[in-house]
Write a protein that binds this ligand. Structure first.
Ligand code: MN
Length: 146
């Protein structure tokens, strides 16, 4: 196994790495790109990715058995983890546990960029069905005070 040094070029682009629009079934995300910086093998079977959510954009609302370890390295925004929305900014660390609803949002005028480590072997994300959306709405209704 060979080592690697992959240099950052400029503006959150790395040498030899393609920038992909983040595609899944449907269009449940907005303005998201993905760069896979490294695919591990042997005793470190992970993928090391950089995602960028454009200003006003958001990632897919989803859950899955695999976990995410995330660090923000550009801009800021908000993240939903389970039933909690938190502001996030530069160098903040986020852990998404198994089967936990999550979504990243670039709520400000700048993109939200983050590194995301994920297992190389992972299950397919689930999207909320109508019943689960109703649970979100109910939780929001219980939260609201007026
Ligand atoms: Mn996910």
């Amino acid at each position: 196994m060979k080592g690697m040094v992959r240099h950052h070029q400029t503006d959150y682009r790395w040498e030899g790495v393609d920038v992909h629009p983040y595609k899944e079934e449907g269009t449940h995300f907005r303005n998201v790109t993905r760069q896979t910086l490294w695919k591990g093998e042997g005793n470190l079977p992970v993928e090391f990715r950089y995602f960028e959510v454009g200003a006003g954009g958001h990632s897919t609302l989803e859950r899955h058995d695999h976990q995410h370890a995330v660090m923000v390295i550009r801009g800021g925004g908000e993240v939903l983890v389970g039933d909690t929305v938190s502001p996030i900014g530069m160098f903040d660390m986020v852990h998404i546990p198994p089967m936990t609803w999550h979504q990243f949002r670039a709520t400000g005028e700048v993109p939200l960029g983050f590194l995301c480590v994920v297992s190389a072997e992972r299950d397919r994300p689930q999207r909320p069905d109508d019943a689960q959306v109703a649970e979100f709405v109910q939780a929001a209704a219980e939260f609201v005070r007026r």
